[in-house]
Design a binder for this molecule. Structure first.
Ligand SMILES: NC(=O)c1ccc[n+]([C@@H]2O[C@H](COP(=O)([O-])OP(=O)(O)OC[C@H]3O[C@@H](n4cnc5c(N)ncnc54)[C@H](OP(=O)(O)O)[C@@H]3O)[C@@H](O)[C@H]2O)c1
Length: 340
């Protein structure tokens, strides 16, 4: 009540009162933390080159629909750091009163600044990077801090020790790892457990067309009691209807091309996408919705981490949670298409 009073006096944004009505929340591994079935990532569309109003609109739309988890990394932009700065401005203006309703994550592990201390997995890099991230975002702490990718050159004890230290400093509440193999995950979780800071979550790439996590990682996470948040669930937009009639000018493949190239979306891929799109239509879903629902059918997936270039796309994706049931027949049809 008093919070609402403060909100109307201090900020412009009053979130939808019904924001928790439809979203479902899942337990993250064996932790106490619940994550929304759909989370929003700021990898693309939140850099200084992007439209600030659009970025704000996406985050407000997310929160208005119960998406309580915003995922960032030190090098999201471009330029590096700018997604965190954009988020910091939006947070300051619109989300500050709702800090305790939000799970904000960031990461370090890829190249960030020049010289030997701005990359990989050293204690020096991780601790300095999180300090910079907190400054850019105007936060005292993040909810989850990740090591963004494995680094075979740094002793795992040092990297995990840095994560433990960061939690003890009060700069992160939980820690996670991203892109670690099943074997690396077992080693990392063991070290973290011995330090008294359990690994909360693993963030792997996982979508209908990229299935590496099914070869041991998901089983490992279940055994270790670690949650899983699937990134690029739409294969950066390929698993939607957007490329079925050519390459839209405003699409990631055309506009950006750093991580998704037009030649990756070839006839063979589009043949499968078209067939998957037909199945989605028969379920009264968009393909984006079906691709997200397909991931959520596995209870080991704590959350599906989508991206969006507009609030309209996000609104479409959110509807995935309304139909997560798949008959055996539909699942086998999907497998047949993916195998062709
Ligand atoms: N841990 C890691 O190493 C790592 C790596 C990559 C990503 N991530 C995280 O995962 C998040 C999501 O990754 P992602 O952006 O690749 O996810 P994605 O959900 O697979 O792709 C998002 C893109 O798909 C298109 N799209 C989204 N919803 C749509 C809809 N309903 N209909 C049609 N098109 C739609 C948009 O592309 P257009 O721009 O073409 O409109 C959007 O930018 C990132 O923001 C980041 O937080 C983590």
């Amino acid at each position: 009540m008093s919070t609402d009073f403060n909100i109307s006096n201090q900020i412009n944004y009053i979130p939808n009162e019904a924001r928790y009505t439809n979203m479902k929340y899942r337990r993250t591994g064996k932790s106490g933390l619940l994550l929304p079935e759909i989370s929003i990532g700021l990898w693309h569309n939140f850099g200084f080159e992007n439209n600030f109003e659009n970025a704000t609109d996406i985050l407000k739309t997310a929160f208005d629909h119960g998406i309580t988890h915003f995922d960032l990394a030190n090098n999201y932009g471009p330029p590096y750091g700018s997604a965190e700065s954009t988020f910091g401005s939006i947070f300051k203006h619109d989300f500050k009163p709702f800090r305790d309703e939000l799970i904000i994550s960031t990461k370090a592990g890829w190249d960030m600044w020049p010289g030997p201390y701005g990359n990989f997995g050293s204690r020096k890099y991780l601790i300095a990077s999180l300090d910079q991230s907190l400054q850019r975002m105007g936060l005292e702490y993040v909810d989850i801090f990740y090591h963004h990718r494995p680094d075979n050159e740094t002793p795992l004890e040092e990297t995990m020790g840095a994560l433990d230290h960061i939690v003890r400093q009060g700069k992160a509440l939980y820690v996670g790892i991203s892109q670690y193999s099943a074997e690396e995950t077992i080693k990392a979780t063991k070290i973290l457990k011995s330090l008294g800071t359990p690994c909360l979550i693993h963030q792997p790439r996982y979508n209908m067309m990229d299935r590496w996590v099914e070869n041991g990682l998901l089983d490992t996470l279940e055994n270790e009691g670690v949650g899983a948040i699937a990134f690029s669930p739409l294969k950066q937009g390929v698993l939607t209807n957007k490329y079925l009639n050519g390459f839209p000018k405003d699409s990631r493949a055309v506009k950006d091309g750093r991580y998704l190239k037009t030649d990756q979306i070839n006839e063979e891929v589009l043949f499968k996408v078209k067939k998957l799109n037909d199945i989605a239509s028969s379920r009264d879903q968009s393909l984006a919705q079906m691709a997200i629902a397909w991931l959520l059918k596995d209870e080991r997936i704590s959350s599906v981490l989508v991206g969006a270039s507009s609030s309209g796309q996000l609104l479409d994706s959110i509807k995935a949670i309304n139909n997560k049931e798949f008959s055996k027949e539909t699942l086998s049809k999907i497998e047949q298409i993916l195998k062709t």
